[in-house]
Design a protein around this ligand. Sequence first.
Ligand SMILES: Nc1ncnc2c1ncn2[C@@H]1O[C@H](COP(=O)(O)OP(=O)(O)OP(=O)(O)O)[C@@H](O)[C@H]1O
Ligand SMILES: [Mg+2]
Ligand SMILES: [Zn+2]
Length: 276
Amino acid sequence: MQSVGDVLKNYFGEINAHVGEQKNITCDSHGERVATVIASFGKKRIYSSCSACVELEKQKELDKEARQRQAIVQKKLNAAGIPKFYAQKNFDAFDDSFNTEARNAKKSFQAYAQFINVDTCGFLVGYGATGTGKTHLAIAVAHSVITRYTVAYMMASDIIRAIRETWSRNSTKTENQVLYELADVDLLIIDEVGVQFGTESEQNHLFEVINKRILDLKTTIILTNLVLDSGDGRNLRTFLGERTYDRLKEVATTVRFNWGSYRGTNKFTQPQGEMR
Ligand SMILES: Nc1ncnc2c1ncn2[C@@H]1O[C@H](COP(=O)(O)OP(=O)(O)OP(=O)(O)O)[C@@H](O)[C@H]1O
Ligand SMILES: [Mg+2]
Ligand SMILES: [Zn+2]
């Protein structure tokens, strides 16, 4: 007895025997082109659109996929608390052509991004003057890992506020819950450390978070305008307090941003009014 496949084959000839064959056609949009057989049975052939239309369709599909991927990334960045202003600030957007230190800083942050969630990764402390790209590079790390890891971006003041808000009677979270959340996220970026007063209670809040993350070997980036421990008066050591700073010394890689502000270097090509 013949199988169904054989019956069809005898009747129609080999199915898809002509796939790949081409013929010349005239496309309304593209003129003289070729079309390709995408299915055949017997004398019947199904042709693709013209080669240029097929390319366009493919490109549209790729663009759509890229847009969808991009939308997912943006959503996650948003959920991580990354300000819209920095939504496009990835490593590609960081110009490191102007000096060796900037090149090294970028390399350090790129290398750090490779080690998120690796137990030996430790902390990264970026310090230096305003506008030098500390926040940009930390967020570039977030960009490169956001589809694989949980990320939170917070100012030091946000952390202090989040902890203090739990003391309110209306708070929906306990202090321990907030500390647990801050300890749990794979990558925590603590920005603007040193803008606060550095009171003992602020020091204690930051100690709780930083110490817990050190003990749990959690990847953490700390950014500050302060110098580390030199100079008289305010520095990171006096600001965070000895207990925290001493621990950081053991686990942190430091990156110094010792060049001028990048802000305003490519802006206002048209007169925009005075900025003061
Ligand atoms: N090397 C760079 N290439 C491209 N853009 C840069 C670079 N450095 C800084 N910028 C841009 O300049 C602006 C300031 O950078 P950023 O906010 O990262 O500075 P910062 O060091 O965090 O400053 P602050 O200490 O005031 O917070 C941002 O728009 C950032 O994208
Ligand atoms: Mg910053
Ligand atoms: Zn066409």
